[in-house]
Design a binder for this molecule. Structure first.
Ligand SMILES: Cc1cc2nc3c(=O)[nH]c(=O)nc-3n(C[C@H](O)[C@H](O)[C@H](O)COP(=O)(O)OP(=O)(O)OC[C@H]3O[C@@H](n4cnc5c(N)ncnc54)[C@H](O)[C@@H]3O)c2cc1C
Length: 500
């Protein structure tokens, strides 16, 4: 069986490595950092555990499947805690909207709680909301699947998927799709906002970005006890139990090529090894420009990729506070004064908007072990333009933006926040670029615009180097964690089929 090298132990690389190793490929997973997890890593400061990746896990079955492949049960290693309330939307005028899945307690309420919220906040939209749910249901069941999981995003598959794109009016934006059914502006914003949380513009991403609402109602949202860093560590140890080799704290420096093949991988330490196939789950620009920099293919592809548009970045403030806040749910979205204008500032004008949408995560509410007794762990995230669009000095801007975000949280939720702070730090686009080799600090690789999400695909295999593959957020732009896990499934299938 073939020997495969996977570069990068984020959730994408870990998922791919487990799939390959459990199918008999001798797999070596190389990570630049000491701990696995990539964007999903955890840090501990003054007794608080801060998680840097997603605010919750949607569709946990995609992760549980990895344990099944490894011959185990996810519950042996990771406990998934359900979120009772999925999101609370909080507008500056005091309007609140709670999104609940109704499955947290076990049996589904069939969306009854959410329907009551719609009737309360937008009584004229009750029928439109039902129609939107029916559209989502149909798109999820029969529509998006062939394209989402297509092993090859080629012209044949595009042609096969064209009737589905037409039937579901996939050319519309997420916001435009929701607006087809719903008149209330707050409801339109709340439903289309998931695109923004994943780094896509709700006014320019494709229609299928509007499907997260229904997906979350059906499957709920879950928090891995201990945080996403713990989930990543559990995946890494399952991979090693399967016999896989994890090389940590040794960044890959070069992928050497011979003819039309990636032949060897060389790390900073000088470690160098031959492989039958190489799969990178590190940033795609980094892979071509830096790791393949001495080949013909690397610079050629890097030039091509520069013509694409890149997703925005994130600015995150982590803070631990004195006191318990049972009234602040796991996920609160502090909406700003503007929605479309703010999205235009980020995505089109490359400006730092004067108002923000703050995604606030109160992880210790769901998982009290993340904070010392009587204290709470929070994370506030805003979406900002990437460094290519907004080339500011984050050493100077970072503390100012951190202050603005904390002031906003204090003004709207925790009035004496400044006095209660025990510890705080922020992560800027520059940190993401330096820590993870992410091009321009873009948190999601290529922008998930209507065009780029469909054609030309970036794909899971290089067109010239026949044994060079990709997995992770770079290979499936805009899909969030679900896209990352799908790309790992598709890349594993291709490697196992093509490199036996
Ligand atoms: C603040 C924040 C909030 C987020 N919120 C959400 C959310 O709500 N919902 C959602 O779905 N997603 C969210 N995401 C995105 C999600 O976390 C990512 O899409 C996902 O974790 C990406 O996984 P990945 O494995 O593709 O990439 P990464 O996690 O970036 O992993 C890539 C790995 O490659 C390693 N690497 C890079 N270069 C090299 C090299 N030369 N040699 C060896 N290793 C290398 C890196 O160290 C890293 O570990 C968020 C991300 C951030 C930063």
């Amino acid at each position: 069986m073939s020997r495969v090298c996977v570069i990068g132990a984020g959730l994408g690389g870990l998922a791919l490595a487990i799939r390959l190793q459990s199918s008999g490929a001798e797999t070596t997973l190389i990570e630049a950092h000491e701990a696995p997890g990539g964007q999903c890593r955890s840090q501990t400061r003054e007794g608080f555990t801060f998680d840097s990746g997603p605010a919750a896990l949607a569709e946990p079955a995609a992760v549980a499947e990895l344990w099944q492949l490894a011959g185990g049960d996810m519950a042996e290693d990771v406990e998934l805690l359900p979120l009772e309330l999925l999101h609370r939307f909080n507008w500056p005028d005091g309007t609140l909207l709670d999104v609940t899945s109704g499955i947290a307690g076990g049996a589904s309420d069939g969306g009854a709680a959410m329907r009551r919220e719609v009737a309360r906040i937008a009584p004229d939209d009750a029928a439109g909301y039902e129609e939107f749910l029916r559209w989502s249901d149909q798109a999820l069941r029969e529509g998006t699947a062939p394209w989402r999981v297509a092993a090859r995003r080629d012209l044949t598959n595009l042609a096969r998927s064209a009737p589905m794109f037409a039937r579901h009016q996939a050319w519309r934006s997420a916001y435009g799709t929701v607006a087809r059914f719903i008149k209330s502006e707050p409801l339109r914003e709340a439903i289309s906002l998931a695109a923004l949380a994943e780094g896509a513009n709700p006014f320019a991403s494709g229609a299928f970005h509007a499907l997260d609402h229904k997906r979350e109602l059906d499957h709920g949202l879950w928090w891995p006890k201990g945080g996403f860093g713990k989930l990543a560590a559990a995946m890494a140890s399952r991979f090693e139990q399967l016999g896989g080799t994890l090389v940590a704290r040794d960044p890959v420096l070069h992928i050497h090529t011979l003819g039309d093949r990636a032949s060897e991988v060389e790390c900073v330490s000088g470690w160098r090894q031959r492989f039958d196939a190489v799969a990178s789950s590190a940033d795609m620009m980094h892979t071509y420009r830096d790791l393949l920099g001495s080949s013909n293919r690397g610079p050629e592809m890097a030039r091509k990729l520069l013509r694409r548009s890149f997703a925005p970045s994130m600015f995150t403030v982590h803070f631990g506070v004195e006191g318990s806040w049972p009234g602040i749910p796991h996920n609160t979205v502090l909406m700003g004064q503007r929605y479309k204008g703010m999205a235009q500032d980020i995505f089109e004008h490359g400006l730092l908007p004067r108002d923000f949408i703050v995604f606030l995560t109160h992880a210790s509410l769901t998982d009290p072990g993340l904070a010392p007794p009587g204290k709470s762990t929070f994370r506030a995230k805003i979406v900002v333009a990437n460094q290519a669009q907004l080339p500011i000095d984050w050493d100077q801007a970072g503390p100012l933006i951190e202050r603005r975000i904390l002031d906003e949280v204090g003004r709207r939720l925790i009035p004496d926040l400044a006095d209660r702070l025990v510890t705080k730090f922020h992560v800027s686009p520059r940190d993401l670029a330096l820590d993870f080799n992410m091009w321009a600090g873009s948190a999601s690789g290529f922008a998930a615009t209507r065009n780029q999400s469909v054609w030309p695909p970036v794909g899971e295999r290089d067109a010239s180097l026949r044994n060079l593959y990709f997995a992770g957020i770079g290979a499936r732009p805009g899909g969030g964690l679900a896209g990352v896990l799908t790309s790992a499934r598709v890349a594993a299938k291709r490697i196992l089929e093509e490199q036996r």
